[in-house]
Design a protein around this ligand. Structure first.
Ligand SMILES: Cc1cc2nc3c(=O)[nH]c(=O)nc-3n(C[C@H](O)[C@H](O)[C@H](O)COP(=O)(O)OP(=O)(O)OC[C@H]3O[C@@H](n4cnc5c(N)ncnc54)[C@H](O)[C@@H]3O)c2cc1C
Length: 299
């Protein structure tokens, strides 16, 4: 119930104005978003790399509805690419929802891929709500012809995901597996957490058995244990799969993965447009809302 309300609020302009106006919010946001500028992102990413982690950088912003905004996002990404990093792109921020948006978003993503290639970076296309999945997978497949390292994301709450994994087997694609952060209708998505978790386990097994490069993106220790066991069972070395977590959620678990010798990549969001991202993190975990309210009460 609370999570539904927060998910709805993540798309509401009125709620956005209210949350952004709380003086305490920036302090709470810092836990999940290390800063607003490229310099903040570079500093946070250097600190993570120094501890043996890798990073994927996300320039915050979504639902860009004009060409100028889409170009500004592209420029921010090109400035933020750094050697050895991955960048995570939201195609909605590159113009996917504009008229002729598939072409516009593909062109902008291709320009970012060119810049990334020059710097030894890879690129992953974040997955947004279910209405964008066909377009995002198609853009991934098209770009993969020129940039074989481009990654897609699959969400195990969606009923279609087992078929998408089967279709991607043979492409060698980098595939990030997530449970799914968007509230979706029952016609397309599993509604019970236990079902989404079971689907996640099955998807780990399918990806580990495929020729894709699995990126197991979760803070759920049981899923990480399963990924480690399946990688071992299928003879996959630590250079042929990785774990991923969102900045600030489970640093202790990140460290455990690093200490155990696994490849651990942290999703590092930065930018001033943190609202939608922050609200989804609150929606995932009621304890985060309590943390937010406590900070409000103590100001
Ligand atoms: C690297 C990365 C990239 C992602 N990219 C996408 C994407 O492109 N599209 C998309 O739809 N979703 C994306 N997600 C979000 C994902 O879909 C889930 O919403 C999110 O990861 C929570 O699910 P979980 O697998 O951690 O498991 P859950 O079962 O939700 O959580 C397991 C445990 O993790 C901890 N935890 C989880 N979330 C939080 C939180 N917000 N704050 C504090 N603790 C928490 C808790 O201890 C919880 O018990 C991404 C996640 C990661 C890690």
């Amino acid at each position: 119930m609370l999570s539904q309300t927060l998910n709805r609020a993540s798309r509401s302009t009125r709620a956005r104005r209210a949350v952004e106006s709380f003086p305490v919010t920036r302090k709470v946001v810092d836990r999940f978003v290390p800063g607003e500028t490229t310099a903040d992102a570079v500093e946070a990413s250097a600190a993570l790399i120094a501890t043996g982690r890798r990073v994927t950088i996300d320039v915050l912003g979504e639902d860009v509805l004009d060409l100028g905004g889409a170009r500004a996002t592209r420029d921010a990404y090109e400035a933020g690419c750094a050697d050895g990093a991955d960048v995570s792109l939201k195609l909605s921020a590159l113009g996917q929802a504009l008229p002729d948006g598939t072409t516009i978003a593909t062109d902008h993503a291709a320009e970012i891929c060119d810049a990334a290639a020059g710097l030894g970076c890879t690129v992953t296309l974040d997955m947004e709500d279910h209405t964008t999945v066909d377009s995002t997978l198609a853009i991934g497949a098209q770009l993969r012809a020129s940039y074989p390292w481009i990654g897609n994301v699959l969400q195990t709450n969606l009923r279609r995901t087992p078929a998408d994994i089967a279709a991607l087997d043979g492409s060698g694609a980098r595939i990030r597996l997530v449970k799914g952060a968007y509230r979706e209708p029952a016609s397309v998505a599993l509604q019970r957490k236990a079902d989404v978790d079971r689907a996640y386990e099955a998807a780990i097994d399918a990806l580990m058995a495929s020729d894709c490069h699995p990126m197991i993106a979760t803070h759920d220790p049981a899923m990480l244990d399963r990924a480690v066991a399946q990688a071992r069972a299928t003879g996959r070395g630590d250079d042929r799969w990785e774990a991923q977590m969102l900045y600030g959620v489970r640093p202790d678990l990140e460290q455990r993965m690093v200490d155990d010798g696994h490849t651990m990549r942290v999703y590092l969001p930065f930018g001033s447009d943190w609202y939608g991202y922050f609200m989804r993190r609150l929606a995932e975990r009621p304890a985060n809302v309590a943390f937010f309210l406590r900070a409000l009460a103590h100001r």
